[in-house]
Design a protein around this ligand. Structure first.
Ligand code: UDX
Ligand code: UDX
Length: 468
């Protein structure tokens, strides 16, 4: 099928590459001409596993890039809108980019078109898109608008797209639903995974993917409710972790105990420095605003957001309690991305913490395997960027672990110990076993778990100040 994807951000670019991989002819449109030129040259603007391979495989063949939306619309029956939907100052979802695109599409409608909203948007957006298109001259019977939310996680977006738990299609007509089902058929009939050069299926992949067909409004709500629920799980476990710290329990043991109940599940129960990224913070606020406008006061979401914001401040207090004073301290920061496996620093709690530490007068030497370029755009020369985790640790007063990169969990502890001025590690992602850290000579602080100290120093180096 010939499809157009508008927007070449995380969602649009991954969707474009994956639609081409499924066998469709894809035109990916972006109004950022520099981005389009870079994509045409063969660059991959984001750090995403398997994306370079897919772009290489399909670029110039099944996948073309352009800035001309009108031409792309004329050539395609199905047009996905995947432009950004940021937060406005009051937490609402800014739909102005979606509106601009809808207006532009309406000028090129000739023959039947299905416009599919893929960005995360408030409920009823599909109906607004339809209305805008009609107001701008699109013939009422010549097009339909559907919703097809994505559930991609950055870092594993390609695998999430090609091996999804579910595909949600929100369509108000049979024709629209059938067109979308046709696009996803290789995933719902399991044929994609049987292909010789298919992207490897992840563990626990659900094959074939489950298809859920709903109204457009339900599909829009599914997306917001999913992200809000996941964020609630994280804030819940962070709150439980805080109690664990106060009473000397271990949040990992608690997670094991509660997560083994399948009604709760053990995934998305890792405590840390709070959730970040381009989705959860923005979507929680947007869902809160949607609920308010619909007449429901969804205060639970306020609390989820509050716990999350406090989690960063709690971690700062933990750093202070481990170091006593902060001014002038040289801190090695490992991880700037909002989580491991991505170069994205949007709403990264790691960046928030670095900003707070700088304000306290600390000197920060940071390292991230992928997010250094994007971090430099935000932090400039206020931070020194190191070449490796060990370089960052050199002569530092303490080491802070802020993103859960796999490579940070397997560092050589003796080497780290030698590099640091003082053997103090404050782990915001629980990457190490406290007992092992103590045995390796570290004073080790993590989230929701008991602190650990080197045996010989346990008397001389008590906790200096309570974290809470
Ligand atoms: C997406 C979704 O849009 C958002 O709703 C979801 O919650 C998170 O993921 P993302 O892909 O990360 O956002 O957005 P971004 O990286 O900002 O990319 C959007 C792209 O659309 C940009 O490349 C931008 O240049 C392009 N764009 C924007 C257009 O082509 N036309 C416009 O009018 C506006
Ligand atoms: C999220 C959703 O998972 C995805 O379905 C949706 O389409 C987009 O938003 P993403 O933002 O890429 O994906 O990252 P995710 O893996 O969900 O993590 C979000 C944040 O929560 C990160 O900052 C992460 O570190 C944090 N997190 C996640 C925790 O603190 N604990 C956990 O147990 C899981």
């Amino acid at each position: 099928m010939q499809v157009t994807v508008v927007g070449s951000g995380y969602v649009g670019l991954v969707a474009s590459a994956c639609f081409a991989e499924l066998g469709h002819w894809v035109i990916c449109v972006d109004n950022d001409t520099a981005k389009v030129a870079a994509l045409e040259r063969g660059e991959t603007p984001i750090h995403e596993r398997f994306l370079p391979e897919l772009l290489e495989r399909h670029r110039g063949k099944r996948l073309k890039f352009t800035s001309s939306l009108s031409q792309a619309v004329q050539q395609s029956a199905v047009i996905f809108i995947a432009v950004g939907t940021p937060s406005t100052d009051n937490g609402d979802c800014d739909l102005s980019y979606v509106e601009v695109v809808a207006r532009e599409i309406s000028r090129s409608v000739s023959g039947y078109k299905l416009v599919v909203q893929k960005s995360t948007v408030p409920v009823c957006t599909s109906e607004w898109v339809r209305r805008i298109m009609v107001l701008n001259g699109a013939p009422e019977n010549a097009f339909e608008v559907a919703s097809n939310p994505e559930f991609l996680r950055e870092g594993t977006a390609v695998s999430d797209f090609l091996f999804p738990d579910r595909i949600v299609i929100g369509a108000n007509s049979k024709r629209a639903a059938c067109l979308l089902q046709e696009i996803y058929r290789p995933l719902t009939d399991g044929s994609y995974t049987r292909r010789e050069n298919a992207i490897p299926e992840p563990d626990q992949a659900r094959i074939p993917a489950r298809l859920i067909v709903t109204s457009t409004r339900s599909a829009e709500l599914i997306k917001h409710a999913s992200n809000a629920f996941l964020a609630m799980k994280i804030s819940f476990i962070n709150a439980v972790g805080n109690i664990c710290e106060a009473v000397g329990a271990n949040v990992e043991e608690v997670c094991d105990g509660i997560g083994s109940d399948p009604r709760i599940g053990d995934r998305f129960l890792s405590p840390g420095i709070g959730y970040g990224g381009s989705c959860f913070p923005k979507d929680l606020k947007a869902f809160r605003a949607v609920a308010r406008e619909s007449g429901y006061d969804f205060r639970l979401l306020d609390e989820v957001i509050r716990i999350n914001e406090e989690q960063c401040l709690r971690f700062l207090r933990k750093v202070r309690s481990a170091l006593w004073t902060l001014k002038g301290k040289r801190l090695a920061v490992l991880g700037l991305a909002f989580k491991g496996g991505t170069d994205d620093v949007r709403e990264s709690p790691a960046i928030t913490l670095v900003e707070l530490l700088l304000r306290e007068g600390c000197e920060v030497v940071a390292y991230d395997p992928a997010a250094m370029v994007k971090s430099r755009e935000v932090l400039g020369n206020r931070v020194t960027f190191a070449e490796s985790a060990y370089d960052a640790a050199e002569d530092a007063d303490a080491l802070l672990l802020l993103s859960d990169w796999e490579e940070f969990a397997v560092l050589s502890l003796p080497r780290l110990r030698r590099a640091l001025k003082y053997p103090i590690v404050i782990d915001g992602r629980n990457l190490y076993d406290p007992q092992m850290m103590g045995e390796n000579g570290f004073m080790y602080y993590s989230v929701g778990r008991p602190e650990a100290f080197p045996k010989e120093n346990s008397e001389q180096m008590p906790q200096l100040r309570k974290a809470s």
